[in-house]
Design a protein around this ligand. Sequence first.
Ligand code: MTE
Ligand code: HPA
Ligand code: MOS
Length: 749
Amino acid sequence: MKHIDAISHVTGQSVFVDDIPVRTGTLYGSVFRSPAAHGRIRSMDLSGALATDGVVRVLTASDIPGVNQVGGIVADEPLFAVDRVTYQGQPVALVVAADERVARKAAKKIRVDIEPLKAVFDAREAFKNELFLVPPSTIRSGNIGAAWDTCRYIFEGQTGTGAQEHVYIETQGTYAFVSEGDNIRIQSSTQGPTHVQETVARVLGLAMHRIEVEVTRLGGGFGGKEDQATAYACMAALASYILKLPVKVILQRTEDMEMTGKRHPYGADYKIGLSGDLKIIAYQAAFYQNGGAAADLSPAILARSLFHATNCYHIPNTEVTACSCRTNLPPNTAFRGFGGPQGMFVIEAAIAHAARELKVHARAIQEKNFLSEGDQFPYGQVAKQVNITKCSKLADQTFDIDGTMQEVASFNRKHPLQKKGVALMPICFGISFTNRSMNQARALVHIYLDGSVGISTGAVEMGQGVNTKIMQVAARTLSVPVSRIKIETTNTTRVSNTSPTAASSGADLNGKATEIACNRLANRLRKTAATMLDEDVKKISLDNEWVTIDGVRSTLSYADLVKKACNERVCLSEQGHYATPVIGFDKSTGKGHPFAYHVYGIALFVAHVDCLRGTYRFDKVLIVHDFGNSMNTSIDLGQVEGALIQGMGWMTMEEVVFDRDGKLLSNNLSSYKVPDIHSVPRKVTCIPLPVKGPKHAILRSKAVGEPPLMYGIGAYFALQEAIRAFNPGHVPDLIAPMTHEKMLMSLYG
Ligand code: MTE
Ligand code: HPA
Ligand code: MOS
């Protein structure tokens, strides 16, 4: 089945927040933001803005009727700065005007006098100064202290990964208006409608039931709208509530890039110990997460880094500590993989280091240490349905890894100024929110008189295809064609207390809730049919819009059954509630079962470097991916391809650059380069691992949104191999991204 938005997207008919026809009297808000990274606000002069023609109001913290606080996990983030600013781009005031351009122009006329304070931008420096967002945490297994003595080889080093800008095509935006009784209706480009509802209620000092949040779809989120859509929704809602008029706040690209957080850059120290036959016996690491100026989702992201610190390897003795460091950058936030990629990069870097010293290909160490059935992850969960070795074997058979490596070696012998490199990137990614309570969802399903079906869930469509999957679940469960089904907008008055659509769990959680609701409706219809046909309900099924008896089509159609059921006063609406069973994690012991299941896969990379220019491309990326029983192969393949390229961008060309004062220099799409069609590998192949999916996955179709992003890490190590072929003496710093500039320096450094 095609993505249900495919046609409307390519014909430009899909509606995003800024496309919603505006109501009469709509005002526009423009954010005035801190020009300094850290300082005390001595005074602020709004007069220039207020005197501008068309400006209706300038709102600051003192206008907030409720609490000036938008922090999610930790209450450490004001909506508008008061007394102190802690990053460049931090919201200080909102200029509201009748025209968007006027609002922007007026915002530039605000003057603020700031007494500068010492600013910190680097995580390791923040660590030295003990600037933490939350206390550091550690996960341990085995006995690391005793293990080092049993290792034949020990390697230590430092590594790090850079930030990454989300570049969702639709920037952050909200449209808010006041309805009868001073209630607020908000259309937001958010992954977390309930989070918006809750925070707006807090800021306005209102009960949550007075705030309705509606989401039609997002032009991409990638984690960047899990938390950070909220502040802009609060601003629009605040202005609307005070002025009693509709208010729109839509960020321009540069504003969005300068104000919002990114993927967290990490620094890391590692120490890895191996036996003579390349078994990893011990692994110790410390992660320094650059959290930015407020906690946002950093603590949860940090937890996921710890859970993914050993990737798909079984390492009996581990100790990994992670520190969330407070710096004067915009608060960093969720980004596809949610800390997993940063954690996995470090173990891959440690393996690459060991391989270099031991003069073997990293593959030899990787394959030797794959998880086996029944192994324990360092966080205590027992690994079940472990598919990494299966993926690796299938990749070997299908892609001829040995042959590829030989071809590359022979190419390298023949070409003095062109070098290729091969890397394998295996992945293991845990599915579920690491916070147990978030693993729940609800669906509200109505069957209308004519047999058509309307479905509301907590899922937010952001391009990943969750609505298509929910439609498939309903079609299958009710045995009706998809043409009978409509997926409604995501709205907090229809489905309440939702988790954000994140953690790759949107389809699992909301799909299961939909399945539960539809099953109940189907059973009720079967019972009604049994009465009407005077048959035993056990013999009755719904099959492709007909009632069947013992598998044989009866005279009763689905449409007639629905009409008659309604006449008989049978309820044709249901709410399904799903909560992932089994999972739980005890923070005090660092042990538990945080994930419903894991997703596995492996990617083979061939990088191709022009050693004269320092430019590179990728000849091919060949993947075996564990989809379980994919319920929609075209959507799932699209997710793998998109995530792969996004991960490769993070590892290669995307570089977030701040100047010494904390001003973002890479603040537009010409100075911040994301992969385009020319940077896509010449060949990308992805084949599914033929396995039965786990029962906690929707229709046994595994979550697919985030895991393949981590294939991108392979790009970095394939490039390292190519550098080594040209410049064997090069000692890599193991810091990503490997931009073309850095490549040139590495070839000759
Ligand atoms: N795919 C598209 N096209 N756009 C997106 O914004 N977000 C990713 C992934 N795939 C994203 C995407 C992220 S970060 C997550 S967590 C999942 O989709 C969320 O959706 P799901 O839980 O329904 O897979
Ligand atoms: N993944 C994504 N988003 C989240 C998580 C998670 O594990 N926990 C809280 N928000
Ligand atoms: Mo995805 S980073 O969990 O929104």
